[in-house]
Design a protein around this ligand. Structure first.
Ligand code: LLP
Length: 463
């Protein structure tokens, strides 16, 4: 698409690098269903509504910045994943994407399991009533205290990530007189096509035990000899925000190869494999994510095929989507504060949040889209960078986007697809108060994580 795709063209178009920034082909008022949660629409006045509630009303009642989470969309996505994988597989929602008591209750009601990776996530899950046997406990450096708590609580599985941990979990379980169900996380040596910081299956990184050099086979050997452990399977997670299924296929193939080696060496067919999470979502109109049923079919086919070839019974498969469930279900609502047109460059639009509520742009160069949501506008598009209010020039929320050129202070703009890894990675940088998460459903909105207050900040400051 070229810049001339839009008749009016962006402001300052003549000095932008040729071909780099293309004016939107579509009307800026149109909402691309791919990046917005399912109940989002515009009402007759042009204001965005979610769950039947208008954003201006939501902003008035809950303030900005705030995350608005579409509860019926979240539940529908849980069901879509569970239905796609069916009764012979298990879907674990990855709590690191976003976890709260309400989310745990929704997951419990919708029949999903939960992956936690810290004492804090475990505490939230147990507090909100997730049955312990539906919890998987992850992490590359679980503390002994965390391991004890997980084993005592009766978690369904602990995913072992190192040789030290094999021994630590075995000792804890033995001391407590329990046989703990465990999986071993292996690194399969796949280069996932995603940002370096969220790729996790190439060999040179901190997670898992390498298949290469027989390390994983040795881990299995040790786990099988320890009384406190019941080794139920092998786990692999190759990275995050991945669209190409090829990496999962290689991973599945290598995990099945290990199952065959284990059968040959020990005469044991491990009954489960977990292929992790990592499925990508649409942050902008350029992204084309797969639907859960396509993913389930693709993974199921490859595992079945490989097992048949190796003469193995097909193991029970589990997956751990986080982003793919919660990511598309929320948007962040901001109020526009200042607008600075930089002649020959772009217009900087500053909002009342920033890198403290969405670090992903600064950390991973993540791309987002943005829309004016308190009204529609027929003004020509202008190229903008949406930035926050932090004392840092890397404080960028949306790097390159188009908004109407009549944008004014006080307008509400929203960044879609912020349900995953935004509130969960939010910080208090510059003593920012972390925004609330408001669940919206059927014309009702309720706070599920409240806005931080200055008292919250000062309560921790005991000096
Ligand atoms: N399972 C394991 C073992 C994981 O480590 C992760 C993510 C998941 C499942 C869920 O992955 P998902 O389906 O959500 O992609 N902060 C980064 C993502 C880090 C993911 C860490 N592990 C981001 O904002 O992109």
């Amino acid at each position: 698409m070229s810049r001339s795709a839009h008749p009016a063209g962006p402001r300052h178009a003549d000095v932008l690098p040729e071909g780099h920034y293309s004016a939107p082909a579509t009307d800026l008022n149109e909402l691309d269903a791919k990046v917005w949660s399912r109940t989002v629409t515009r009402d007759a006045d042009g204001a965005l509504t979610v769950g039947g509630m208008e954003v201006a009303r939501l902003a008035e009642e809950f303030g900005t910045p705030a995350y608005f989470l579409d509860e019926s969309d979240f539940r529908a996505r849980c069901r879509a994943w569970a239905d796609a994988f069916g009764p012979d597989a298990d879907v674990f929602y990855a709590g690191k994407a976003f976890l709260s008591r309400a989310v745990v209750r929704w997951l419990t009601e919708e029949g999903l399991n939960l992956d936690v990776c810290s004492g804090g996530e475990l505490a939230t899950a147990l507090d909100a009533g997730m049955p312990a046997e539906r919890i998987a406990f992850h992490g590359n450096n679980k503390t002994v205290a965390e391991i004890e708590r997980a084993v005592e609580a009766g978690v369904g599985r602990i995913v072992l990530d190192s040789f030290q941990e094999i021994v630590r979990v075995a000792h804890t379980a033995q001391r407590l007189g329990i046989r703990q169900r465990v999986q071993i996380r292996v690194t399969v040596g796949v280069e996932a096509h995603t940002h370096e910081f969220i790729a996790t299956a190439h060999e040179d990184q901190k997670f898992g035990i390498a298949l290469a050099g027989g390390q994983a086979a040795e881990a299995v050997r040790r786990a099988l000899t320890l009384d406190g452990l019941e080794l139920i399977g092998i786990h692999s997670h190759i990275g995050s925000q991945i669209f190409d299924m090829a990496g999962f296929e290689v991973s599945a193939r290598r995990v099945v190869q290990l199952l065959a080696e284990v059968r040959d060496e020990h005469g044991v067919e491990l009954p489960e494999i977990d292929l992790g999470g990592g499925l990508g979502i649409a942050y902008t109109s350029d992204d084309d994510p797969r639907e859960p049923h396509e993913i389930a079919k693709s993974l199921g086919d490859i595992v079945t095929r490989e097992c048949e070839a190796a003469g193995l019974r097909t193991p029970r498969i589990s997956v751990e989507p986080g982003r793919a469930i919660v990511g598309p279900t929320a948007f962040t609502l901001y109020e526009v504060g200042t607008i600075k047109p930089l002649e020959g460059l772009r217009t900087y639009v500053s909002v009342d949040g920033g890198m403290s509520d969405n670090i992903r742009t600064a950390l991973y160069d993540a791309e987002y889209s943005v829309a004016l949501v308190s009204r529609t506008s027929d003004a020509e598009p202008m190229l903008v960078r949406v930035v926050g209010k932090h004392c840092e020039s890397g404080d960028i929320v949306v790097k390159d986007a188009f908004l109407p050129s009549d944008l004014a202070p006080g307008d509400l703009i929203a960044v879609p697809a912020t349900g995953a890894y935004c509130r969960s990675m939010a910080s208090n940088y510059n003593h920012a108060l972390r925004p609330p998460v408001v669940a919206v459903r059927d014309g009702q909105a309720r706070v599920i994580v409240r806005r931080e207050t200055e008292e919250d900040l000062l309560r921790l400051d005991v000096g």
